[in-house]
Design a protein around this ligand. Structure first.
Ligand code: ATP
Length: 875
């Protein structure tokens, strides 16, 4: 080790502190990686692995990427979940001259991206901190590219599932935690089962309350947590303090743009678990995981990236507060009815850049000249936007208007200081206007004059020597020189001092030329340095106004989001829903927003819905395959969700009684890769619903119990209907599609349960889908007809019909199922059951029958016993 070169010694010292990162070590125009890092980088980035002598017995494995193209490589590594530490040369007066010191200037992780080309434009990039404490759970998440920071906490028996719902909603790119388990359950494993994510255990001391509280106070320069609303929120404090510590450790920045922490409670928003988010295809499709085909795809007509991000958040976070919903709806109403205003506003918003991220980069010290010009161009349109909004009435728009600060001082500062087309880099000059700084003006004049002096000197020397081809040029080695071709060498005056001989020419210098050169080159160097200094000054000055820019950015984002709602509501014929505190859900001619958009105009068949928590709380929907049951149920869920995000809804009329949560159990799941069977996944989704739904929830169940034997499935489905529809358990508004026609028996037996079916028309041997939902149960499944429509070969269809006939003839008929003799009394469970039609000739069967406690048997048990009896009769 003693023979190590100084450079390698430095490298190894740095690497010791950043063991979990790939260290990009700056050497000249390259970032080099060594040892393990080099092997990883060569493999992941597909770049050449070489070696370097570094004083060890063997050459160190090494690979490098050019400094100017580093972003691409960093981005690839970040995408694959690595952390990258950037080791740069730093000025250090303590270190002897001539020795270059390097230090890590920033650690880039998947959750801490700020660089525009590494970030998804229309999505937030969140990092989350989770504190698993004794008394509860705290979470804090931040997007450091915009400065957003929010926190919440949960306690009690449902803390764990609330945490998972929040994680599914926020979908962070990186999580830091103090522990992996909460009250014996592995939170880490559960999160990883639905989110492919970088999850680290971070220093536990950073989550300790004293440390965390001090960290927060220091960051926000405050003496008490009162103003932040974090008093008595120890779990939030722990998560927030640790996150700030992690960000400061990695970003090496004061993070001045993160100047607010917003505490929220999950009760403010409609809760959607991870299954429901996926099943309703809110932001991406279930199968292909793309935006096209999702609700967001239909609703997003925003003009700015900020607008697109806020719209996505709204879709992920439907509101529960009636007033907040109505405020948004009123804005949408006013904008929907004012096409001209909308068009004008959109045109102006199209000229606005991503102010949130620009403000972040400026405060962060990452912004270049082009960023400042983008800010200026965005600010330029603000007075016009304000002007247009002056005539509006909706309170929500007035609040937005009040938040827009035209930021004229910043506009003028940039306008006065920065040239219109600055270069990308900030260390190469050409950034600052002459008029902004007299010293820059003098230097620039010297450069311009110097170039004229050179031209004049060239002209003068041509005249005095008579050599027409004489020219004055410049290169890095000699600076300015006079060049004379070989054929004219004889004419070169004596005072020309020869500097270089080329094949066809000679190069000379003369004192006048060197004098001009020193003026020009001195000025060029000086001006680059001076422009850099002035630029940093201007940028620092703007960064003091970060909060004002952020407030304006937030107002514009909201305006853009609401304009988008208004636009789609207008173009797609949506109506303003009436929001009500009671539990009515009345939809007249509702449509599925995404299916409708994907179909030719007019071909979607609209349907009504009427649900409440009284007589119409549970709709059992039957109908053939392909009839439109799933579409109908999802449409109801989406209409409710759209109303609660403050958007108009695809219907002729709608009254939406606020929903606290939407639950869905829909179709086959794709979680098989997680090592669970289809039936197991279905049952765990169902368990989640039964454990967490309340009377104010909306439940969508699509074919419960399909993944197991018919009788087990039917029994479970039956018991589920009983359980959910009972007010003592849940009593929530529920739509339940099923192919178990037996369940239609429950109408009239259980209060609040009603049958509906999606109608079809028989046409000879075929069926025609009418897509209309009507009261009553379906009498047939038409599975074979649908199979025929799908193109199953005739031979199979004909044979299937034969088999069906045989089965129907042999099957127990419906009267053999457990039936209630009397129509239901309100006492429900205490009713009498009677089993009929079994022959008493078989002793076993008779004994089995006698052993049944007919008064207390539950339907589920009854089905199981019946199943057993049927098998006994077959023996
Ligand atoms: N109201 C409607 N108007 C027009 N087309 C519709 C309507 N509802 C559904 N469809 C079309 O019918 C197709 C099948 O609908 P859906 O998947 O909802 O049927 P389903 O009854 O749930 O079928 P299965 O029982 O086989 O799951 C949809 O993909 C859609 O294209």
């Amino acid at each position: 080790m003693e023979n190590l070169t100084p450079m390698m010694r430095q490298y190894l010292e740095l690497k010791e502190s950043y063991k979990d990162c790939i260290l990009f070590f700056r050497l000249g125009d390259f970032y080099e990686m060594f040892f393990e890092d080099a092997l990883t980088a060569a493999r992941e980035l597909e770049i050449t692995l070489t070696g370097r002598d570094c004083g060890l017995a063997e050459r160190a494995p090494m690979c490098g990427v050019p400094y100017h193209a580093a972003d691409n490589y960093i981005s690839k590594l970040i995408d694959k979940g690595y952390k990258v530490a950037i080791g740069e040369q730093v000025e250090d007066p303590a270190v002897a001259k001539g020795i270059v010191r390097r230090d890590v200037v920033r650690v880039i992780t998947p959750g801490t991206l700020i660089d525009p080309h590494l970030l998804p434009e229309k999505e937030n990039n969140y990092i989350m901190s989770i504190f698993l404490g004794k008394s509860g759970i705290g979470i804090t998440f931040a997007d450091i590219s915009t400065g957003e920071l929010r926190t919440t906490e949960f306690s009690g028996s449902k803390a764990n599932s609330s945490l998972l719902d929040e994680v599914a909603k926020i979908s962070p790119k990186e999580i830091i935690m103090n522990d992996t388990e909460y009250h014996g359950t592995s939170v880490e494993t559960t999160i990883k089962s639905f989110l492919s994510i970088n999850l680290y255990i971070f220093d536990t001391w950073a989550f300790e309350n004293n440390f965390a509280e001090k960290k927060i106070k220091d960051h926000y320069h405050i003496l008490s947590l009162d103003g932040l609303g974090l008093v008595d929120k120890p779990n939030s404090v722990a998560a927030t303090g640790a996150l700030l510590e992690y960000l400061q450790q990695t970003q090496k920045s004061t993070l001045n743009h993160m100047n607010h922490v917003k505490f929220y409670t999950s009760e403010q928003y409609m809760i959607l678990d991870k299954f429901t988010r996926r099943n309703l295809e809110l932001t991406e499709t279930m199968r292909d995981k793309v935006k096209k085909g999702s609700l967001l795809w239909v609703l997003d007509r925003t003009s700015t990236a900020m607008g697109a991000r806020i719209l996505r958040r709204w879709v992920e976070e439907p509101l529960r507060d009636i007033q907040a919903i109505v405020t948004r709806l009123e804005v949408v109403d006013e904008l929907k009815n004012n096409l001209l205003l909308r068009e004008d506003l959109k045109e102006l918003l199209n000229q606005v850049y991503d102010l949130e991220r620009l403000a972040g980069r400026i405060a962060y010290g990452n912004a270049n000249g082009r960023d400042l010009i983008a800010l200026k161009l965005s600010l330029e349109v603000l007075p016009q936007i304000k002007n247009l909004l002056n005539s509006i009435h909706a309170d929500g728009l007035k609040a937005i208007l009040a938040q827009i600060d035209t930021l004229e001082d910043i506009y003028h500062l940039i306008h006065n200081a920065i040239v219109e087309n600055p270069p990308l880099g900030i260390k190469e000059g050409g950034l600052i206007k002459d008029s902004y700084d007299p010293e820059i003006a003098v230097l620039r004049e010297a450069i311009t004059n110097g170039k004229t002096w050179i031209t004049n000197l060239e002209h003068q020397e041509r005249q005095s020597t008579g050599i027409k081809s004489l020219k004055i040029s410049y290169n890095k080695v000699f600076g300015y020189y006079i060049e004379i071709t070989k054929s004219n060498i004889g004419l070169a005056p004596k005072h020309y001092e020869r500097k270089q001989t080329l094949a066809n020419a000679e190069r000379y210098i003369i004192p006048e030329l060197k004098e001009i050169e020193s003026k020009i080159l001195g000025a060029e160097e000086k001006i680059v340095e001076l422009e850099y200094q002035v630029f940093i000054q201007v940028r620092n000055e703007i960064s003091q106004y970060t909060e004002r820019i952020q407030t304006t950015a937030s107002a514009l984002a909201q305006l853009d989001g609401l304009l988008s709602f208004a636009e789609v509501s207008d173009k797609s014929g949506y109506v303003k829903p009436e929001i009500s505190q009671d539990d009515r859900l009345e939809i007249i001619n509702g449509r599925h927003p995404v299916v409708e958009r994907s179909m030719a105009f007019g071909s979607f068949v609209a349907n009504d819905t009427s649900l409440d928590t009284g007589k119409n709380r549970f709709a059992i929907i039957t109908g053939p395959n392909m009839a439109g049951k799933s579409t109908y149920m999802r449409q109801v869920a989406l209409i409710v969700l759209m109303a609660q995000i403050g958007c108009f809804v695809p219907a002729d009329q709608a009254t939406i009684g606020i929903v606290d949560r939407i639950f869905t159990r829909v179709g086959a799941s794709d979680d098989l890769s997680q090592g669970q069977s289809t039936f197991m996944v279905e049952m765990s989704e169902l368990a989640n619903i039964l454990n967490n739904a309340t009377t104010k929830s909306l439940i969508i169940l699509d074919e419960i119990g399909r993944g197991t034997s018919t009788y087990d499935g039917l029994s479970i489905a039956w018991a589920v209907v009983e359980y959910i529809s009972n007010h003592e358990n849940i009593g929530a508004r529920t739509l339940f599609a099923t192919h178990y026609h037996e369940l239609t028996e429950l109408e009239g037996i259980i209060e609040g349960v009603n049958n509906y079916c999606i109608s079809v028309k028989e046409h000879g041997d075929d069926i025609i889908f009418l897509r209309k939902i009507i009261p009553g149960g379906a009498d047939q499944s038409y599975g074979i007809q649908v199979a025929k429509l799908a193109g199953i070969t005739d031979a199979v269809i004909t044979r299937a019909k034969q088999i069906l006939q045989e089965l129907e003839a042999n099957d127990i008929n419906r009267s053999k199922l457990p039936q209630r003799v009397n129509k239901p009394s309100k006492k429900g469970r205490e009713e009498q059951y009677q089993i009929t039609m079994f022959s008493d000739s078989n002793e076993d069967i008779l004994n089995e029958l006698k052993s049944i406690d007919i008064v207390n048997i539950t339907p589920m048990e009854a089905m199981n016993r019946l199943y057993k009896l049927v098998n006994m009769t077959k023996k």
